[in-house]
Design a protein around this ligand. Structure first.
Ligand SMILES: Nc1nc2c(ncn2[C@@H]2O[C@H](COP(=O)(O)OP(=O)(O)OP(=O)(O)O)[C@@H](O)[C@H]2O)c(=O)[nH]1
Ligand SMILES: [Mg+2]
Length: 307
């Protein structure tokens, strides 16, 4: 059997629905998703093997004009995934259309294309079509066509997993002929302790609303299997300032309890068994330039400025 396998980078502006699309394509809740921008902070690989094809999707942080060092490292990670990819999927929120943020990304892609010998096939995923009036979709697809760099344009709703089958079909044609790169049962190469930290961060993002401190981050300090087969997880929730503590902890500790309960449930589903989760809130000033934390996420701190 001639197998095909390759890396498909899912890129786009913050909040376009990249992580939702990754989950929709995999049929699994792997990536964390929230209504907030910059939910994804590092590249995340999700593997799907169907018959003779292996899709290695790479969810990436939203590409935006980064100011802080941490944001810059996030955007750099997205560009790295883009450069390494066999196929590119640009996700655009059709409610926002080709706004300045998206056009900046399109222009960057155009200039990379011009300056590289082998630019991968580029698909446009026009996402969130469940939210848009159907009459507005066709003009938007036409506009996308006039931009002239997309090999395929696929309208879809990542949230409802509508159109994901077409993405698989189209991407599948572009995958290079090569042996599988992962065992066909693999879902991700993300370490369980990092996934667990992301699960807690997602619950905090979803439960905290507008009060959420941008600097909130989570790290798994211990991840051990108990004799009865259950898993004991200890995590630190980091904040930058002492004043932010009361937001996370909440009245009588209710908020932290809720975050912990919901995160524990998500972990039980992912790890297929009972989970005991212990959260501790800690203050870590200057988190946004904390090199250790960036490295833990697999980000490379970089002082270079991108346009
Ligand atoms: N209605 C609708 N909402 C969607 C769709 N896809 C994503 N969303 C919502 O859009 C918001 C952002 O989704 P994410 O998947 O986190 O977006 P992202 O591009 O990964 O965002 P960052 O990681 O911050 O760059 C969430 O509230 C999703 O539920 C869709 O097809 N339809
Ligand atoms: Mg995301």
């Amino acid at each position: 059997m001639q197998t095909r396998a390759g890396f498909i980078a899912i890129v786009g502006a913050p909040n376009a629905g990249k992580s939702t699309l990754l989950n929709g394509l995999l049929g699994e809740k792997l990536a964390i998703v929230s209504p907030k921008v910059q939910t994804t902070r590092t590249n995340l690989r999700g593997v799907l093997t169907v018959d003779e094809k292996q899709y290695i999707f790479v969810d990436t942080p939203g590409i935006h004009k980064a100011r802080r060092q941490f944001d810059q490292a996030m955007v750099d990670a997205a560009y790295q995934a883009l450069i390494d990819a066999d196929v590119l999927v640009l996700v655009v929120d059709c409610m926002k259309g080709f706004n300045k943020e998206t056009m900046n990304i399109v222009e960057t892609l155009e200039s990379i294309k011009k300056n590289t010998k082998k630019f991968p096939p580029l698909l446009l995923a026009l996402n969130k079509i469940d939210k848009i009036d159907k009459t507005k979709l066709l003009p938007m697809m036409e506009k996308a066509g006039t931009i002239g760099i997309f090999d395929d344009i696929i309208p879809l709703s990542a949230l409802k997993a509508k159109g994901c089958d077409i993405v698989l079909q189209v991407v599948g044609q572009y995958l290079p002929e090569t042996p599988f790169l992962y065992d066909p049962d693999t879902l991700t190469d993300m370490p369980s302790r990092l996934w667990a930290a992301e699960a807690t961060r997602e619950r905090a993002f979803l439960l905290l609303g507008d009060e959420l401190p941008y600097s909130l981050s989570v790290e798994t300090m211990a991840f051990d299997q108990r004799e009865d087969g259950s898993v004991e997880i200890h995590q630190n929730v980091y904040l930058e300032r002492d004043g932010q503590k009361k937001i996370i902890v909440g009245k009588n500790g209710q908020m932290l309890k809720k975050i912990g309960e919901q995160a524990r449930k998500a972990m039980s589903v992912m790890f297929g068994g009972e989970v005991h989760l212990y959260l501790q809130v800690k203050i870590r000033p200057n988190w946004a330039s904390d090199i250790h934390h960036m490295r833990m996420l697999g980000l490379e701190p970089n002082t270079k400025k991108r346009k």
